[in-house]
Design a binder for this molecule. Structure first.
Ligand SMILES: [Zn+2]
Length: 543
């Protein structure tokens, strides 16, 4: 035997051990292979902690414990609705710049209400309903997903998925490969001709399996025994809205059709399943460039509006969404490995407690119907200024004056504003009436003034902003709740980052929703969206 054999053997064993060890050390790539953006519709910040003990190890808790938790993350504008929220997350911009001034706004040119994702030049792909007449054309700026596509000469692939069209379309941007949303007329995942002429075969296969049908066959029952929902009020409350076809707002809830499915956890589960189907079938994250999947969970919003944040229904919806997120993260582990995926989770807005609930615990709150305000004001202006329709439209806590009438009657804008302010200020639940043409003349704290400036789009917003008192909202009954205000219950939402190079840490420093796209641009070394006003969040990445 060769006398050098033992040394050669040792070297051989050592070198094979080294290469074996190297193979098992997971290498974090320079860029993530996949970004998964998760938006939870109407998720207020406190839900991360209020339901914490009920969450699984692998869902919200995993994102919080293994990731970077921005605990003081806010919207920097009013009105806080779904369309503006998704637009702001993905453009790093605000309604004044990105044009998404509400879910709907009044279009002065056509003299009609405009929906944020409306597009009558396209048609539905995947069903015969009109739910597909949608595109991102009303969005005036680029998204971070557009910038990723531009940066890679369209090598990166971008797909948006949500039950709500606007929750899928606005995140996916102008140059998306696809955007899918749920059509409650047919129960299909659909898209529009803006993106493609025909659904891909894998989407047709999913639709053929009728994934939503199983949730119509069984009622919505709570996951845990009712007595375990210690973070919520008892099940039957007079201020909770029953689902269509129900006598009382109590479990078990009958899911009468696909539309009602939206207001139950099953709506989120089919969204999660469809997101995993998209990853698998499109092989997202397995190509040369970073891909982007933008998912938005909408059922939390519908449930929140009907039953409120203090209901067992809301708690159960979050506990079940937590299980859905656990499944998505577990799937990503085996599909790509955590080190290859960058995940962020946030919300499009928060919500107020139901006014009657607040009143029951002595917190000031109430309802003041916007349509009634508009009508009463119009009557008042007729008395003061003469016949005519003085108010053209009222929406999003804003009033649009009839400028043609003002001009033809020779009435100055200032005169109408002063009459309007004096009339509305005396109504219950109003904090301030703000002149949007002369913002510096209003007695409004700088903090709020900044939010108003950011949120009002000169061409699409109204003339006057009616700021309600905290916990006051528009509605004709005392049932259910909403969002859209300037206050922290609507602006303070979660922001969690996880995977890839993200370290386990938290910050209580102020971050803003517009920082999300700025941060993604900085992490990816790409140009930020063209209307971006955010700043990259510091200290998230392992150096
Ligand atoms: Zn909502």
């Amino acid at each position: 035997m060769n006398k050098y054999f033992p040394i050669a053997m040792i070297l051989f064993v050592a070198s094979s051990f080294t290469s074996f060890a190297q193979k098992n050390v997971k290498q974090t790539p320079e860029k993530p292979k996949l970004i998964v953006g998760i938006v939870v519709d109407q998720m207020r910040f406190d839900y991360l902690y209020r339901y914490y003990d009920k969450y699984s190890k692998g869902g919200f808790k995993r994102l919080m414990q293994e990731g970077y938790n921005c605990k003081n993350n806010h919207y920097s504008y009013v009105p806080t609705y779904t369309g503006p929220g998704h637009a702001s997350i993905y453009t790093g911009s605000v309604p004044a710049i990105n044009g998404i001034a509400g879910n709907d706004w009044y279009d002065r040119d056509s003299k009609k209400s405009m929906y944020c994702a409306e597009d009558t030049t396209v048609s539905t792909v995947g069903s015969t309903s009109k739910a597909g007449l949608m595109s991102p054309r009303n969005l005036l700026v680029t998204t971070i997903t557009d910038q990723l596509r531009l940066a890679t000469n369209f090598g990166s692939r971008v797909i948006g998925i949500s039950q709500k069209d606007r929750g899928s379309i606005l995140p996916a941007g102008h140059t998306a490969n696809a955007s899918y949303w749920f059509d409650s007329a047919s129960g299909n995942w659909i898209t529009s001709t803006y993106y493609m002429k025909e659904l891909p075969s894998w989407v047709k296969t999913v639709n053929d399996k009728r994934p939503a049908d199983q949730y119509l066959k069984q009622p919505w029952t709570p996951l845990l025994p009712l007595s375990d929902y210690t973070e919520s009020t008892s099940d039957n409350q007079p201020y909770e809205r029953s689902l269509p076809g129900e006598e009382a707002p109590v479990f078990p809830h009958k899911i009468a059709n696909y539309e009602v499915l939206r207001t139950s956890p099953g709506g989120n589960t089919i969204t999660k399943d469809f997101a995993i189907d998209a990853l698998k079938n499109e092989q997202l994250g397995k190509g040369k460039f970073t891909d982007f999947l933008a998912v938005s969970f909408s059922s939390t919003d519908y449930v929140g509006h009907s039953f409120g944040p203090n209901s067992i229904e809301a708690e159960d919806t979050y506990i079940r969404l937590d299980r859905d997120i656990e499944q998505l993260l577990t799937y990503l582990d085996s599909y790509l490995g955590k080190e290859n995926v960058l995940v962020f989770l946030t919300a499009d807005h928060g919500v107020a407690n139901i006014a009657a609930f607040n009143q029951s615990v002595n917190i000031p709150a109430g309802m003041q119907d916007d349509r009634k305000i508009g009508k009463a004001l119009d009557t008042h202006l007729k008395e003061k200024l003469g016949e005519g329709k003085w108010i053209e439209y009222a929406i999003n806590d804003q009033i649009y004056f009839n400028n043609d009438l003002l001009a033809s009657k020779g009435v100055k804008y200032e005169t109408v504003f002063e009459l309007t302010k004096a009339f509305i200020m005396q109504l219950e639940g109003v904090a301030n009436v703000v002149d949007l043409h002369n913002l510096s003349a209003n007695l409004v704290p700088d903090y709020q003034l900044g939010k108003i400036k950011n949120g009002m789009n000169v061409k699409r917003s109204g003339d006057v902003y009616v700021m309600k008192k905290p916990n006051w909202m528009s509605g004709s009954s005392m049932m259910g709740t909403t969002h859209g205000s300037i206050y922290t219950n609507d602006t303070h939402v979660p922001l969690l980052w996880y995977g890839w190079k993200i370290q386990s840490k938290y910050t209580t420093q102020r971050t803003e929703i517009v920082d999300i796209s700025a941060t993604l641009a900085a992490l990816l070394d790409i140009q930020e969206p063209n209307g971006c006003v955010g700043l990259p969040i510091q200290g998230m990445v392992k150096e």
